[in-house]
Design a binder for this molecule. Sequence first.
Ligand code: HGY
Ligand code: MN
Ligand code: MN
Ligand code: MN
Length: 394
Amino acid sequence: MTQLLDLLDQFTHQHDQNRLVYNQDWLANQRDLIFLGQRCGATAIVDDYGNVYLDFPGQINDQPVATGSHMDTVKYGGRYDGLYGVLGGFCAIQQLYEQHGIPKHPIRLISFSEEEGNRFLAAFTGSKYYTGTLQIEKLLDNQGITFDEARRLAVTQLQHLPYVKAQHVALPVTFTELHIEQGPRLAQNNKKIGLVTGIVAQNRYEVTVHGQANHAGTTPMAQRQDAIATASLLMTKLYALAADTAEDLTFTIGEIHVSPNVSNVVAESCRFTIDCRANTNDQLMTFVTKMLQLLEQSKRTSVIETLHVPATRLSDDLLTQNAALATQMNYSYQTLFSGAGHDSQIMSSFVPTTMIFVPSEAGISHAPAEYTKPADLLTGVTLLSASLFMQANG
Ligand code: HGY
Ligand code: MN
Ligand code: MN
Ligand code: MN
């Protein structure tokens, strides 16, 4: 257990969590993960997007079963989202080899380069690249540097390390992702484990309202094109529309950027993001259709869709197998549907995929207050280890 806590301390740099894709903390972590894996007998592979794969040997050297999660985090995020799945996955594999020796089939730990879509408005780029589903033209910039420049710079800095370079890495036999719940249900129901039946449908957009910069004191109200006035009216209507739609729909405007952002200047532009989610594709599309109609009616407003991920059903067989293991190990569990998006959504279109959740204290996530008790972290690691042992000896 101390190994996991020590690793979490090492990989979270003891300060606020800003492991944005391809930045210095991200680079240090992928580099340290490569060294960690190689010290424990893994073959390290890095692909052109900076996904790190640690392949631990099997008695038969065929396709591996896999576990892992994403190395990046949201801006000002928590210590566990993504990173727990990478480091907990590493500890689960170590536990397995120490207890049972080399399994029949190899086991792969994947540290996906990017999932959150925070530094650039392109999300799930690591697992999408791995599965060959990344649409390059959607890699939007974030003023000043393109995704591709940041990617090339980072991967080049990894490249002098002694690992196998690979354009593309073959898919595994299965994928199991260990993750914090990022919601309140396990804590409220006093369950130690969540077994995930499916994951939410999610669309994201970038909306820009265009106006005209002008003097705050001399421009008559009827003659100004105030981008903030138009945008704030639009946002109010959007929130009202969301409130009228299905009760499990979530609608979030998380980012707002104003230009020139000066107190005595009428705003010339207001750019904001939309994150909307629902448990079914139909519910989401019903809302999105009405939302886009509303946006089209708004003067001087442009909309870019930056993400579309359909609702995902995960593997029933792997869930059933993990439920039997949890029962055997006396771990209280419940099945649940995930309102958070995960790399497992991308992987599940290609290989049987399942997720194991552990409780988030007070359900908080995507914030520095994100916390899971060490004993709960360990329960997830131990169940994952048993699950991987079963899969790698099947
Ligand atoms: O936003 C999400 O649902 C995930 O944490 N990327
Ligand atoms: Mn640092
Ligand atoms: Mn997240
Ligand atoms: Mn995550």
